[in-house]
Design a protein around this ligand. Structure first.
Ligand SMILES: [Fe+2]
Length: 206
């Protein structure tokens, strides 16, 4: 079985002192994706970089002590691409977008759809979600959405679109905390993290 582990390290050096690499070794994944490395590659001790015995690749933020991602792989990849090819996002090693936290809503049920729902004894509500349409060179595009794990309609989406892997926890921020400073937002607000992974394009890249 091919095993991929992805986790938010919240500082690779700190996570290492708390046993992250021992845990990785025990889980024995083929690929490890780390977010929030929070260190420049030159500041990560070499033994730490090679700790898992895997090939390692880093994409660190320009700003010291912030964000950054790392990838460890058992097999040496044929090709490694760092960043999105967009200076605005690449400087942080990730993208951040800001939007309105959605609430659940009902699909129109005053026509034949409504008659069908009532006949099936179903409600017309969709749990709160945010839509995404994502594409990148060399990858298959994806159209998807993420769901709020606190929504009362999560288990009964009227269009049956909820998947366990798309359910996210929204974190509430009521004070001027580190996230408020980083994003320049006045509280109250919510944050949510999700990693979109695109499949390689089915067309052969020359
Ligand atoms: Fe929608």
């Amino acid at each position: 079985m091919f095993r991929i582990v992805t986790l938010n390290a919240n500082g690779i050096r700190s996570a290492a002192t708390k046993g992250m690499f021992r845990w990785i070794k025990r889980v024995d994944p083929d690929i490890v994706c780390l977010q929030e490395v929070k260190a420049h590659e030159v500041d990560i001790p070499a033994p730490l970089r090679a700790r898992t015995g895997l090939h390692s690749f880093f994409h660190c933020a320009q700003k010291k002590g912030y964000s950054g991602a790392a990838l460890y792989s058992k097999k040496r990849p044929r090709r490694v691409e760092l960043g999105f090819g967009n200076a605005e996002f690449d400087a942080e090693g990730r993208y951040v977008l800001r939007t309105v936290r959605p609430v659940h809503y009902a699909i129109p049920d005053d026509g034949p759809v409504g008659r069908m729902l009532r006949a099936a004894n179903r409600h017309p509500w969709r749990p709160a979600h945010i839509h995404f349409v994502i594409s990148a060179d060399g990858c298959e595009p994806v159209t998807t959405h993420i769901f709020d794990d606190s929504d009362p309609y999560l288990a009964s989406d009227t269009v049956f679109a909820v998947k366990e892997s798309l359910i996210c926890r929204f974190i509430r921020h009521d004070t001027r905390d580190a996230a408020a400073a980083r994003f320049g937002i006045e509280p109250p607000f919510d944050t949510v993290e999700f990693d979109f992974v695109l499949a390689p394009s089915r067309e052969r890249v020359p």
